[in-house]
Design a protein around this ligand. Structure first.
Ligand code: KG4
Ligand code: ZN
Length: 340
């Protein structure tokens, strides 16, 4: 069973061919970073225009890299939300057109479901039920996955998503977009205890909040600029930059790790899948692994490439829909806001 996965939910154009829901034959991700970088965030109109230009070339590349022709594809799994509506329309329209022309069944996949089932592309798959922590640019959510299609949301962010906080801090420090990878790198050079930024643990709740942390970092940065009469750019102050990055990252990681730990204990669940773009973070991966070892729980952590947006995860979740006989019709419409 060959599934062609397509994801155009945000700023990456991605296509992938996955065999039997687990073997990745190709996974092409075309980043638009160079287009959005100077704006310090994604410009939706530019993103959708670029998807239109690149969807065919990216799908073609995924097919040729997998050595599978369109005629051999058994189903097309496309992300239909949540995400940027203009971007989603491109992927869905493309999938419907190709599916109709080639008589290939269509599958509609929720982007978050893709992040959850990215863990099923690894050799060792989690057994149900498991806890899923999705940490991305748009979401920070904690769910119990009872089985495919049966989810209980325990909590989510009350304000910024973890990745959004990374991106906003990077913008504040003139580090470009996306902020996660660059802050991750600078944090490795700084002192995580240089600044004591707040951690919103929100006891008795499974929710998250990162806006207070963001404000605290902003206040520290503004204070630094004010009290350095010679200040012109952050690039002239690398140790300050590194220390802010390290201290900010330490606060984010502390909250995520402690929340994962306490939720597993409270719910009596001993398996956790960590996914979404922020799960590519080196410090978060290290600390989660240590927590899992100390607590003797099982952590399922997709490779960094499968944590950030990619179409293989859409194909992996699509396979689960095929197993349930859950196909989409030609009137499929993408939705910017789509619950799991
Ligand atoms: O899952 P994803 O690719 O797209 C969404 O569904 O949002 O996540 C993108 C987010 C961005 O906010 C980006 O800054 C963050 O993931 N990110 C990271 C790292 N790599 C990407 N955050 C922290 N550390 C990283 N290494
Ligand atoms: Zn995502």
């Amino acid at each position: 069973m060959y599934i062609l996965g397509i994801d155009t939910s945000c700023d990456d154009t991605s296509a992938s061919v996955v065999a039997d829901g687990k073997r990745i034959l190709s996974n092409v991700v075309l980043s638009q970073t160079a287009i959005h970088n100077t704006y310090g965030g994604i410009v939706p109109e530019l993103a959708s225009r670029r998807h239109i230009e690149m969807i065919w070339p990216v799908v073609n590349e995924a097919l040729s890299a997998s050595a599978i022709s369109l005629d051999e594809v058994n189903a097309i799994a496309v992300c239909h939300g949540p995400g940027l509506i203009g971007s989603l329309i491109v992927g869905c329209s493309f999938a419907k057109a190709v599916g109709f022309a080639k008589k290939i069944p269509l599958i509609a996949v929720n982007h978050l479901e893709g992040h959850i089932f990215s863990a099923f592309l690894a050799e060792m798959k989690p057994e149900f039920p498991f806890l899923s922590m999705i940490v991305s640019g748009g979401h920070t959510s904690l769910l119990i996955v009872h089985e495919f299609g049966v989810y209980t949301e325990l909590g989510r962010t009350r304000d910024d998503a973890a990745g959004e906080a990374y991106d906003k801090i990077a913008k504040l420090l003139n580090l470009g977009y996306p902020g996660g990878p660059v802050i991750d790198r600078l944090a490795g050079l700084g002192n995580p205890e240089a600044f004591r930024f707040p951690r919103a643990y929100l006891p008795h709740s499974f929710d998250f909040s990162f806006s207070g942390l963001k404000t605290a970092v902003r206040n520290t940065v503004v204070h630094f600029q004010k009290h350095n009469s010679s200040f012109s750019t952050f690039a002239d102050h690398p140790s300050f930059l590194n220390d802010v990055a390290a201290s900010f990252q330490a606060a984010v990681v502390d909250v995520l790790v402690r929340k994962a730990e306490s939720t597993m204990a409270e719910k009596g669940i001993r398996r956790i899948v960590l996914s979404g773009g922020v799960a590519a973070n080196s410090e978060l991966r290290k600390r989660m692994m240590k927590m899992a070892q100390d607590r003797d729980v099982r952590l399922f952590l997709p490779s960094a490439m499968l944590c950030t947006d990619n179409a293989a995860m859409i194909a992996a979740a699509g396979y689960q829909h095929v197993v349930c006989g859950d196909f989409a019709s030609m009137d499929l419409n993408p939705k910017a806001y789509l619950a799991l």
